[in-house]
Ligand binder design. Sequence first.
Ligand code: KIV
Ligand code: ZN
Length: 498
Amino acid sequence: MSDKIIVFDTTLRDGEQVPGCQLNTVEKIEVAKALESLGVDVIEAGFPISSPGDFQSVVAISKAVSNPVICGLTRAIEKDIEVAAEALQYAKRKRIHTGIGTSPYHIKYKLNSTPDKILERAVAAVKYAKRFVEDVEFYAEDAGRSDNKYLAKVVEAVIAAGATVVNIPDTTGYCLPHEFGNKILYLMENVSNVHKAVISTHCHNDLGMATANTIEGVLNGARQVEVTLNGIGERAGNTSLEEVVMILKSHKDLPVHTDINTKQIYKTSRLVSSLMNMPVQPNKAIVGRNAFAHSSGIHQDGVLKNRENYEIINPKDVGIKESSIDLTARSGRAALKYRLKNLGYSFAKKEIDKIYDRFLALADKKKEIKDDDLRALIGKVAGKGDKAIKLELLQVVCGKSAVPMATVRLKINDEIISSTASGNGPIDAAFTAVKQIIKRKVHLEEFLIQAITRGSDDLGKVHVQIENRGKLYYGFSASTDIISGAVEAFVDAISKII
Ligand code: KIV
Ligand code: ZN
């Protein structure tokens, strides 16, 4: 039986420290519940002394979630520990995470202290936290740049004082993977009581090595990993949960496993991204929009012959329905045929050759060829059974104290239909009006507005993903008017259903 790796999620603490990512208590509870169904073992719910809001959130999460251990962060300060203990009082399983800097930088320039005094404070903090809870985790901040011999002394002392978990953070993301692995190995071999506690990794991504360092830590004896969804966190972020979990799952020869329900990964990643206003970069491993999209002819041909030619993970394993075959100027006939077949069209080789020539001419002008472009290429635009749905008019009422209202006029196969609706904002009102017209059940899965540059006169790019009868449809638009852009993108997605 392989060893279990404890997944400690700090999306709601280290992740939430990012400017612009702050969540209110209701949103935090939603994320915490999603983390619970994802199967994380520990949720770091916040830093209770940092603000009344953080305190309240830790209380609320402690009440709302029952399976994972709920953890609260503190400095090595008695008041911090008391407040954390109070915030955690309702948690079924609770942990205090206390600690102090152990690198020469932190000891001298941040704490204005000496190694001996820091050691004393570390031990005192763990002993004090033990008065309130059984499960105490100690972090040696900036352990990545700490001297290994001194670090081992601190780790041994805090374990002797009762620490159940010792966290070895690479706070500045400086370590090379082999260096970080050797640090963990050094502790495993030189701390006499190390078997009495779990050693944890907590790596930051300043040099893009957080995941590699975490894996090296695990290979050298760490049995807890501290991670965030989508790798969000201070500066360049923390180790991403999805990467570590899928590495351990994909490399079946490794003697370790996690209890994460990987099929929930994509859904949880999208929830965190939309609540925290933090778009996921398209090429992000595992959860990026392009993570399972194939666009070059050679790859598309290979994937269509056998998925495993170019995919090491089955998208279904992370909750993504299927990989996509994107049509660009580098796509070949195999991909074109596949996409046409998905639209319900099949052609003899001669016809495909002709369509392919037209396809290449268009693909040289357009970055990506969508289904509508394909229909146009084969001369099936707005024919019988095909759709032609256009936003003809949008009028909104909004502003302070106004009840948001929207009137929408759509042209569907030459018929003009209008509807008016209210909502909690102009976009919500307009989406409702569109839904009233199309009379189909659509569920908004993703809604992203991004400014291309930074001026107030900027173009806003809008991506919409909707679900209808278990299938996902994407819509896109770019406009200087973000309300019109949002409705155009919504209509674009809907037009793909109809
Ligand atoms: O990066 C770090 O060192 C931390 C600690 C507070 C655990 O986040
Ligand atoms: Zn951190």
